[in-house]
Design a protein around this ligand. Sequence first.
Ligand code: 5RP
Length: 231
Amino acid sequence: MTNYEQEKELAALRALAYVEDKMIIGIGSGSTASHFIQFLGEKVREGLQVTGVPTSKETERLCTLLGIPLITTQIPEKIDLTVDGADEFDPYLRLIKGGGGYLLKEKLVASCSARTIIITDSRKQASVLGRTYALPIEVIPLMWSQIAKKLRDLGGEAKLRTLGTPPAPYWSENGNYILDCKFASIDQPERLAQELSRMNGVVEHGLFIGIADEVIMGENEGTRCFRVGSK
Ligand code: 5RP
């Protein structure tokens, strides 16, 4: 049986090799990013000097616990490296992100980064995006049902993300709702991304295109690196 936790750990460890002293590092969210944070924390304890830019409160808490110095009041214009997870990646390193609900800050931090490395287990590799995962879309709460209807016209089945019993809407850290929109497949991610960006009330969507420089995927006992154009 595949040990996905081990795959995440191996990918995270390999990403650690890209970290250099004095770097400003964007720090992703989710279970794979948490492995990276643990490794980074160990390095900081050993004397490595870095400053982290967390992509969520959850990441901020973990980094603080491990003594990783952080910038939390602003996203710096220049981040040297960002390491984050993903829900899916395709051969062109286009991603679906936002499973944890932090897509807005994750995209902002990655967009300010000179280099973005994505770390995943082997379940996240996809030939075509969207066949397995629903696409998270952060929306202004007052607009969610209108947007859900428009998504249906684009071939997507959008569900409002909820929490708890009885279910209550999930609030993003930015005070918005998240729609999880399932498509049979996302054959033209660039086109869909443009349509979503044009929709009134859409704050951000989980299609990350042209953002990842490299994906490090854990696979069984090792890792595989993907760059655009590599197999
Ligand atoms: C959070 C994200 C995560 O990176 C994504 O959901 C992957 O999470 P995990 O590493 O737990 O599988 O985009 O918004």
